[in-house]
Design a protein around this ligand. Structure first.
Ligand code: GDD
Ligand code: MN
Length: 414
């Protein structure tokens, strides 16, 4: 059956970043003919997109006729890459185009593309021709040969970089080294963990909720997927001909954050907290904020009470110091720890309400702290410092949980 391809844009999948398994009965027969879905994430690549689509189509029309699809996922680029791509559909019927408006970022773009993809094999290639299209055939051959993951690598036989300066090489290798230290069993499985040019079998990543950050989607696939056999194919990273790289210092910070997040989810604690559904990342942020509050409390107490400064009474000073610390903690928690939840309940009044509730929970926490300390010390004869430590830990957990469940996570009923 020869259908005329639709030139309308693909809808952007929403919800969690999970790729479903292909259900043999869940799809129309015409869709099941697609074997390979290749995602091309783009941001301001209008100059290279036509050339890239043309070269990819020529290659795949030979190797995988009619059984592939190319999916451009553009983040509403100012240079209208999506529009340029959309205009190409008439000439390249295997092409589909998505234009995202809300969500942004390279890694999530790739996952959204895979979610829309119909193939059993999923892949990604840069949109700027820095990844040579011809290597794709070797990657496909590796997958057909039984690999779950086939990675194009700059650091195996046949691989390289065209002409990078010392600083770029240093940064790239430094990032790899950092990954090897933080996540040796994930990052160490491939020679080029920074690669954004690879193919993966759908069933190796299906049904795992992915949670990537920034640029390095391969690390996420290795860290959360169930990849057994890996193949690597050498390639030379080409110099950019048009447009410019989107990498800034922000990507380095995000990379570090991404590594740590994966590390947490991999460890014994991470696996346990994931099983019982405890939001460990959030709890750590809450703890860090709590620590900042300790410093604020100390500093304000000093400023108010110390004879060399204001010299106010101790109780009065302590109450004010505690309140300033509470406000400090509230602001950070609202902007960081629970920012996603706070974003759903904007407005000054809502915010003020949260601050009041936060105060009440903290006050209750303080009472609980004193009670626990007394119980542990007087009844159970625990050393008072150890007892205090246990009480503080218990109260931090209490504060966190009550604030999460009854303060930030309240649904607004109109
Ligand atoms: N949709 C979308 N959204 N695409 C994006 C975004 C974004 O926020 N940011 C970047 N892209 C696209 C670019 O348009 C390009 O097609 C591709 O992602 C890679 O971005 P570049 O900015 O060109 O990255 P690079 O060449 O510096 O970095 C590359 O380094 C590796 C080698 O270490 C990575 O992108 C890897 O793919 C590559 O192998
Ligand atoms: Mn590039």
């Amino acid at each position: 059956m020869n259908r005329i391809p639709s030139t309308s844009l693909l809808p952007t999948p929403s919800g969690s970043l999970k790729i479903s398994r292909l259900s043999p009965t869940g799809q129309a027969v015409s869709d099941r003919s697609i074997y390979f879905s290749l995602i091309i994430p783009t941001y301001n690549e209008s100059q290279s997109i036509k050339d890239l689509i043309d070269r990819l189509s020529n290659l795949l029309d030979e190797s995988t006729p009619d059984a592939y699809e190319l999916i451009v996922v553009d983040d509403n680029s100012p240079d209208k890459t999506w529009k340029v791509a959309q205009a190409l559909i008439a000439d390249y019927p295997q092409l589909r185009v998505m234009c995202r408006k809300g969500e942004r970022g390279l890694s999530t773009a790739v996952i959204r593309g895979w979610q829309a993809g119909r193939g059993e094999v999923l892949g990604v290639i840069d949109g700027d021709l820095q990844h040579p299209p011809e290597v794709l055939l070797k990657l496909l051959a590796a997958i057909n040969g039984g690999a779950d993951l086939a990675v194009a690598s700059r650091h195996v036989e046949g691989g390289g970089i065209s002409d990078w300066g010392f600083i770029r090489r240093f940064l790239s290798r430094g990032a790899q080294l950092l990954g090897l230290i933080v996540l040796p069993r994930v990052v160490g499985r491939v020679s080029d963990p920074m690669s954004g040019y690879f193919l993966v079998r759908r069933n190796a990543i299906a049904e795992h909720t992915l949670n990537p950050l920034g640029y390095k989607i391969l690390i996420e696939v290795l860290g959360r997927g169930s990849v057994r056999q890996i193949a690597e194919v050498g390639y030379v990273f080409q110099e950019r001909q048009d447009g410019e790289s989107k990498v800034t210092w922000k990507q380095y910070v995000e990379y570090l954050h991404h590594l740590l997040r994966l590390r947490l989810s991999q460890g014994r604690v991470g696996r346990f907290t994931q099983r019982i559904g405890f939001p460990i990342g959030r709890f750590i942020r809450f703890g860090v904020v709590g620590l900042s509050g300790l410093f604020v409390d100390m500093a304000v107490l000093y400023l108010l009470h110390d004879p060399s400064t204001l010299g106010l009474g101790l109780t009065r000073s302590k109450i004010m110091a505690a309140e300033v610390a509470i406000i400090n903690n509230f602001l950070w928690n609202d902007a960081w720890t629970f920012s996603d939840l706070a974003g759903q309940q904007r407005g000054k009044r809502q915010r003020l309400k949260r601050l009041l509730k936060f105060n009440i929970v903290c006050l209750m926490g303080l009472i609980l702290n004193v009670l626990l300390l007394n119980l542990l010390f007087n009844k159970l004869h625990v050393h008072y410092l150890v007892a205090n430590l246990i009480a503080i830990a218990a109260v931090t957990l209490w504060n966190f949980w009550i604030n999460l469940k009854l303060n930030w996570r309240v649904t607004q009923v109109k």
